[in-house]
Design a protein around this ligand. Structure first.
Ligand code: LLP
Length: 414
């Protein structure tokens, strides 16, 4: 299903014209289709009917997005005390939260234990000891799984590969049995699962399947030692089409896991982020200046790398759609850049578009790792966020004010 399409040369998201959103809420502004969010969550629930779907909050932690998923019964994958607080504020169920990440602090562990989360995905021996100490202090049992680093190449951008030996993530597969033995002997630790996450924006099933395959001997060896697990967490990472990547349908990923795991008793968990939100989101922006020249022609827009960092950080390609299509202006190859003082500040390069000053553009597939990675660089307030539901558009996050950017600063107090 298409959530954005042209009607009489004007781009719509569901039944609302992007131009009306730009006039009402201003730019730059993130715009999400609620129908698209619901569709991707349902797609996961159908492909993995027996699994607990734990949406990876880092992809987009807006409360309205989290609430949309919480209402469907989703769980959440978090990586900080901040994300825990967001999930709880959005009405998420603590007993459906898994907590990943290599640097959990004692304070964060305490909050998560007190909240009653489902599981800590433990990434080092040191972290296990810290969780054990905090749990003992609180006299609460800590449920844990170990994130196994299976040493497979996910064949994605090196900055978002996580399952290779050289990466900081997880426990080397050879050390896993020792980790489980140590955990099983600790009084306030309850071993309940095993976990993996090999990387993000995966477009091929084979590395994912290889990693799942590598978990099996570990689980079997644990069973032989009397350590039985309740769940197997397959992580996230399933990619989306930004440009021309072909990504197998969700059902094929599920079938691959099923073929390897068979009818095991352990419950499956999946932790998708990008695939749940990427296509639902657009970054709406206005052309401030056109700067023709040689060798590049620049369209300078009011959104920048601080709003959408992916092109600067990973040279990521996002589609750029004019909000109103002109037929009276010839197409020019534009580099779409922001006002930030960095050469890496581009949203797109070499796009053939008919643009006029003050036109609006929508950068597509921007719902994941867009707003959540935004910053205030160059003292730029973070963009507003809007959710569209049918023929209505709701402001779900106000644009930051300039005053709020320095509200926590004291000035010189010597
Ligand atoms: N689980 C864990 C433990 C993770 O680290 C991640 C993402 C996910 C699940 C969700 O992965 P997804 O389904 O979204 O691929 N900023 C980068 C992506 C970083 C992903 C970090 N971890 C980007 O914009 O491409």
């Amino acid at each position: 299903m298409m959530f954005a399409e042209y009607k009489n040369d004007s781009l719509y998201i569901e039944k609302v014209a992007f131009a009306d959103i730009a006039r009402q809420f201003g730019t730059p502004c993130y715009v999400y289709s609620r129908a698209a969010l619901l569709e991707s969550a349902r797609e996961f629930m159908e492909a993995f009917p027996d699994a607990l779907l734990c949406y990876a909050v880092k992809a987009n932690g807006n409360l309205a997005v989290l609430e949309t998923f919480a209402k469907l019964g989703c769980g959440f994958d978090i990586v900080s005390g901040g994300e825990l607080a967001r999930v709880i504020a959005a009405g998420g169920t603590p007993s459906k939260i898994v907590y990943s990440g290599v640097g959990k602090t004692a304070e964060e562990i305490e909050c998560a234990l007190n909240a009653g989360i489902l599981c800590f995905n433990v990434e080092s021996f040191s972290e296990l000891d810290l969780i054990a100490a905090v749990a003992e202090k609180l006299k609460l049992m800590a449920p844990v799984s170990f994130r196994v680093n299976p040493d497979v190449d996910p064949k994605t951008h090196p900055y978002i590969s996580t399952g290779l030996k050289e990466n900081k993530f997880g426990i080397p597969i050879e050390a896993c049995l020792d980790a489980y033995r140590r955990a099983a002997a600790l009084p306030y630790i309850r071993v309940i699962g095993i976990d993996m996450h090999i990387g993000s924006q995966l477009t091929a099933i084979a590395p994912f399947a290889d990693a799942v395959q590598k978990l099996l001997p570990v689980i079997d060896a644990l069973n032989r030692e009397g350590i039985s697990l309740h769940h197997i967490d397959l992580g996230g990472g399933i990619g989306v089409t930004y440009r021309d990547e072909t990504v197998p349908p969700l059902k094929e990923w599920a079938a691959a896991a099923q073929r390897i795991l068979g009818n095991r008793a352990e419950r499956l968990i999946v932790e998708p982020g990008r695939r749940m939100v990427a296509r639902a989101g657009f970054l709406l922006s206005r052309v401030i200046h056109l700067k023709p020249g040689s060798p590049h022609q620049f369209a300078i827009v009011d959104a920048a790398m601080n709003d959408l960092m992916r092109p600067a950080l990973y040279e990521a390609w996002h589609p750029v759609l004019p909000v109103v299509q002109h037929h009276d202006v010839p197409k020019t190859h534009w580099n779409i850049v922001g006002p930030v003082c960095e050469t890496a500040d581009f949203l797109a390069k070499d796009r053939a578009l008919s643009l006029k000053q003050n036109d609006w553009i929508a950068v597509g597939v921007a719902g994941a790792y867009g707003s959540s990675m935004s910053s205030n660089y160059n003292a730029r307030p973070r963009a507003a966020e809007v959710m569209v539901d049918g023929d209505r558009a709701y402001l779900i996050r106000k644009r930051e004010t300039i005053e709020s950017l320095f509200a926590n600063e004291t000035g010189l107090i010597l």
